[in-house]
Design a protein around this ligand. Structure first.
Ligand SMILES: *Cc1c(COP(=O)(O)O)cnc(C)c1O
Length: 377
């Protein structure tokens, strides 16, 4: 029996060579040659106005909250079922989180509950394309426009996914990417801010560079650079950009491999899931998913925990995630209580993610699938 990791960060191309080049270039701070290559790659492939590498998706979300002028008392609409950073970035600016429940089929922000969550204080809606499957962007964008509210897509899972033929991350005024080691494309820790609203582009550069107009200085647009706004240091080392660019170059290989993994799980587990009351991912026919993960919803919490332990005994590592944000210490501190987001409360108990990474082999997958077939409910 081989050990099957849940995640394993691996090199897929020229990572070592490019990191050596970055070192040889003798410019390993931010915005060197490889950072520029990454920016150009994202801008050209996705067709976004501006892409800026950041030290994490969390930091790109923090930049978004600053860019949208979040102030204490402003409200931000967040799906209840997401990673802490989606909400924390806005709470850092003093915002009040308004948690909206998710759809039971895609686990994405339930757009039918949006209208009721909006108030005159709402400043942004932050949809998360869960598992790289696009949210109902037609409805979300229409509602946001009608209420004059910004949209920030947390696209940590969704790079190269599409909704109705259009890339995820190109709908909102802003979108954020993650290159954490658990994501499809990685440099260990990293992220990007995608700027679709041109009005925000120049200020995004300033916020990323400690509140200075350093980028304009380098372009020769001002003759000295100075402190012009609030900001922080959100740019990653060019060594990390070198690693990331090597991964970007293998876009087709990585995405094809992940598609095969996803489809193998889906085909092998379809009948089993139906027979045993487990639910496999639902992909609306107009969504092209980004193949970020393969999850299942088990019948209940007890079965889910038993299942994870059962696989662990066979050296197979599966994980669950996202405790309902509204029931966390912080969420309760904002006045939320049990029952406020019932779908999230339910799926949070049921969800399990199967091993899924860029080095997973079909032998690994066969072992996982064989073990699952022998699981006693
Ligand atoms: C991974 C993730 C983040 C945070 O990404 P980092 O790059 O680790 O900061 C944010 N939101 C979602 C939905 C994520 O999955």
């Amino acid at each position: 029996m081989i050990k099957v990791d849940f995640n394993r960060p691996v090199t897929v191309g020229n990572e070592f060579e490019y990191m050596q080049q970055a070192i040889a270039n003798a410019q390993i701070s931010g915005d060197g040659a490889f950072t520029k290559k990454c920016h150009a790659f994202l801008e050209n492939e996705l067709g976004v106005k501006k892409a800026l590498l950041t030290t994490s998706c969390t930091h790109a979300l923090e930049m978004s909250a600053i860019l949208l002028d979040f102030n204490p008392g402003d409200e931000v609409i967040i799906p209840d079922f997401t990673f802490v950073s989606t909400v924390n970035a806005f709470v850092l600016r003093g915002a009040k989180p308004i948690f909206v429940d998710v759809r039971p089929d895609t686990l994405n922000l339930d757009e039918s509950k949006l209208e009721a969550a909006l108030t005159p204080r709402t400043k942004a809606i932050v949809p998360v394309h869960y598992a790289g499957v696009g949210c109902e962007m037609d409805s979300i964008m229409e509602i946001a426009k009608r209420h004059n509210v910004a949209v920030v897509e947390d696209n940590a899972h969704g790079l190269f996914g599409k909704y109705k033929g259009k890339y995820l991350g190109t709908f909102g005024a802003l979108a954020t990417q993650s290159f954490h080691e658990t994501k499809n494309f990685s440099c260990g820790e990293g992220g990007a801010l995608l700027v679709n609203d041109p009005v925000l582009a120049e200020r995004a550069e300033i916020i990323r560079e400690k509140g200075t107009n350093r980028a304009r200085f380098f372009r020769g647009q001002v003759d000295k650079y100075t402190w012009v706004d609030i900001g922080s240091s959100y740019l990653p080392s060019d060594m990390l950009a070198a690693y990331l660019y090597a991964q970007f170059e293998q876009r087709e290989k990585i995405q094809n491999h992940r598609k095969n993994i996803w489809e193998m799980y889906n085909a092998a587990l379809k009948d089993w899931a139906e027979k045993n009351g487990a639910q496999l991912p639902h992909i609306p026919e107009y969504d092209e998913q980004a193949y970020h993960m393969f999850y299942m919803l088990m019948p209940d919490l007890e079965t889910r925990q038993k299942f994870i332990m059962y696989l662990r005994e066979r050296d197979i590592y599966s994980v669950f995630h996202y405790l309902p944000l509204h029931l966390s210490d912080m969420g309760r501190g904002f006045g939320y209580k049990a029952g406020d987001c019932p779908v999230t409360e339910k799926v949070s108990d049921q969800l399990v993610r199967l091993p899924f990474h860029n080095a997973l082999t079909s032998a690994d997958q066969e072992q996982v699938i064989d073990a699952i077939m022998e699981f006693k409910f």
